[in-house]
Design a protein around this ligand. Structure first.
Ligand code: CAA
Length: 262
């Protein structure tokens, strides 16, 4: 394509505290091409470094959050090339973003789109959302978390069903199965809901928010005793922050806290 239109649009919530990144390949249903993912990673890194951003929302269009990795880009690739270049390896960069990321999913979240969604911290979808791992229909399997994160979120029985049959589930089912945090009705605006969640998070101290995200994510990788130890150490370390004095002091004085992010 010769278009210079950005593949990821960046905007802000009304109070400026939430960066909103919108996947912008509507004609391809936001198929996650390598250039699109590179732009997404670059925008995420920018938002992570920008002190005025306190939370991030990633969304797509009403019809599609993302319909998967770009099949047309992939179809002629050979093993040696994808292996040597570690194809999809850059998708794991999202794990290094320290600020919370809220996904707002409407429409298709298929294959890599479902995997991108699952790599975010919280997911808000609407009842029109469709989640699936249809890779089996293309002669492959999921390659960016669709067998690993999905199984952790919904369990082996349901993950096997989705991965081996390509079964599609709607937003309400995704909520019931624990794939998303909240599913809103069709009449509600899923991006507005996600921004509200982002603004709520943005209203708290950044040090505690970052520690909360770090601790929950550690639970996915650590044995329980190590996870509990990390959690306790992070909890204890927050007593070194002004925000802990401010938060508890404000409670005792029956006033609203003012966070200093330190
Ligand atoms: N890659 C590339 N292009 C895609 C795409 C994808 N994943 N998904 C949709 N598109 C393109 C279509 O080719 C079409 O392009 P043209 O207008 O140039 O023909 C355009 O987007 C609109 O799509 P449709 O005409 O198919 O729209 P529809 O409403 O009839 O169907 C759909 C929508 C059911 C989502 C269908 O597009 C579809 O099945 N898409 C593929 C879904 C899929 O298999 N995703 C998994 C990809 S593999 C993967 O993600 C691997 C991994 O684990 C990382």
């Amino acid at each position: 394509s010769t278009s210079t239109e950005p593949l990821v649009l960046s905007s802000r919530s009304p109070n400026n505290s939430v960066a909103i990144l919108t996947l912008n390949r509507p004609k391809a249903l936001n198929a996650l091409s390598s250039p699109l993912f590179d732009q997404l990673n670059a925008e995420l890194e920018k938002a992570d470094e920008d002190d005025s951003v306190r939370a991030i929302v990633i969304t797509g269009s009403e019809k599609a959050f993302a319909a998967g990795a770009d099949i047309k880009e992939m179809k002629d690739k050979e093993f040696a090339e994808v292996y040597k270049r570690n194809f999809l390896g850059t998708w794991t960069k999202i794990k290094d973003i320290r600020k919370p990321i809220v996904g707002a999913v409407s429409g298709f979240a298929l294959g890599g789109g479902c995997e991108l969604a699952m790599s975010l911290d919280l997911l808000i979808c609407n009842s029109r959302a469709v989640f699936a791992q249809p890779e089996i229909t293309l002669g492959i399997i999921p390659g960016a978390g669709g067998t690993q994160r999905l199984t952790g979120l919904i369990g082996k029985a349901r993950a096997m069903d989705m991965v081996l049959t390509g079964r599609k589930i709607d937003g309400k089912t995704a909520e019931a199965w624990g794939l998303v945090s909240r599913c809103v009705g069709d009449e509600e605006n899923v991006v507005e809901e996600a921004v509200k969640v982002g603004e709520t998070i943005a209203s708290f101290g950044r040090v505690a928010v970052q520690a909360g995200k770090e601790a929950v994510n550690a639970s996915l990788e650590l044995p329980l005793d190590q996870g509990l130890r990390l959690e306790r150490r992070l909890f204890q370390s927050l007593f070194a922050t002004q925000d802990q004095k401010e938060g508890m002091g404000a409670f005792a004085e029956k006033r609203k806290p003012t966070w200093g992010d330190k």
